[in-house]
Design a protein around this ligand. Structure first.
Ligand code: 6PG
Length: 264
């Protein structure tokens, strides 16, 4: 267990499950995520002239987005060389309240100096979810110049649902079995809804995956995911195991409160 500045606890998890960083509360979670975003984009641009990032959906990243619009962060990010994608999207127009890209745009993106051409929402205007997934995969391949094999994102931000899903990889859904495509349409019976999602091959090729988890409501699931047996079919986020990249679980104390066996 490592104490870091501001009392943050950092723990190497057993069995290659990544690094657990516990911060005090939701605001510290957002700040730590913002710092990770700045660090990843500046390092990527310094090394390769470009940063390719995937944002998560859900509510957790909202405060991070707001912090990104404030100093010192907004001036630290190389926005003109940074490209933004989404790790998943709901099958709704971007104008819809449920749209991850629409929520990000309305919440913070429109207040950031990122060129519009660098923002890559899932094209949910297409005829079918499968067509949108194919087009998104083609866009990722076009931008990265990786026509075969798996493109490498510099940073993929993820959340975790209280059922152990991440992106739109939900328990016992077809997308969990996809090991060739980068992006697929995924029908989610429990939601009776179509989703578009990154697949494990794309997630696990990333240089860094940061999972943001906050609040007591996630505590039981986080304990099951980090200390229980591996079963990605029922706990899909357990299938996120970057091949060579870093996996960081960035959680607040409320979400970590069940982790007695780790974060004692
Ligand atoms: C989505 C997200 C999803 C989300 C988790 C956590 O489209 O809903 O991508 O995977 O990250 O459900 O959501 P919260 O951050 O709202 O708890």
């Amino acid at each position: 267990m490592v104490e870091t500045p501001r009392g943050v606890v950092a723990i190497e998890l057993p069995e290659g499950r990544g690094t657990l960083r516990v911060v005090e509360d939701g605001e510290e979670l957002a700040r730590a995520a913002t710092e990770a975003f700045v660090a990843a984009t500046t390092a990527a641009v310094a090394a390769r002239g470009r940063a390719i990032v995937a944002l998560s959906g859900g509510t957790t990243p909202k405060r991070m987005g707001e912090l990104l619009t404030t100093e010192p962060f907004v001036s630290q990010v190389p926005w003109t060389q940074t490209h933004l994608f989404w790790g998943d999207e709901r099958w709704v127009p971007i104008s819809h309240d449920d749209s991850n890209a629409g929520t990000a745009r309305r919440g913070f993106l429109d207040r950031l100096p990122v060129p519009p051409a660098n923002v890559h929402p899932v094209p949910t205007v297409m005829r079918t979810p499968a067509e949108a997934a194919n087009a998104y995969e083609a866009e990722i391949r076009r931008l990265t110049g990786v026509s075969t094999g798996v493109p490498v994102f510099d940073l993929i931000l993820l959340g975790m649902g209280d059922d152990g899903h991440t992106a739109s990889l939900f328990p016992r859904t077809d997308a969990l079995a996809e090991h060739d495509r980068l992006v697929v349409a995924n029908y989610v019976p429990k939601l009776a809804a179509d989703r578009i999602t990154f697949t494990y091959p794309l997630l696990n090729a990333a240089r860094q995956v940061v999972v943001l988890i906050g609040g007591a409501g996630k505590a039981d699931m986080l304990d099951a995911v980090l200390t229980g047996s591996d079963d990605a079919e029922t706990l899909p986020i357990q299938g996120v195991r970057p091949t060579t990249g870093d996996l960081v679980w960035l959680v607040d104390r409320a979400a970590a409160r069940r982790l007695r066996r780790i974060a004692a």
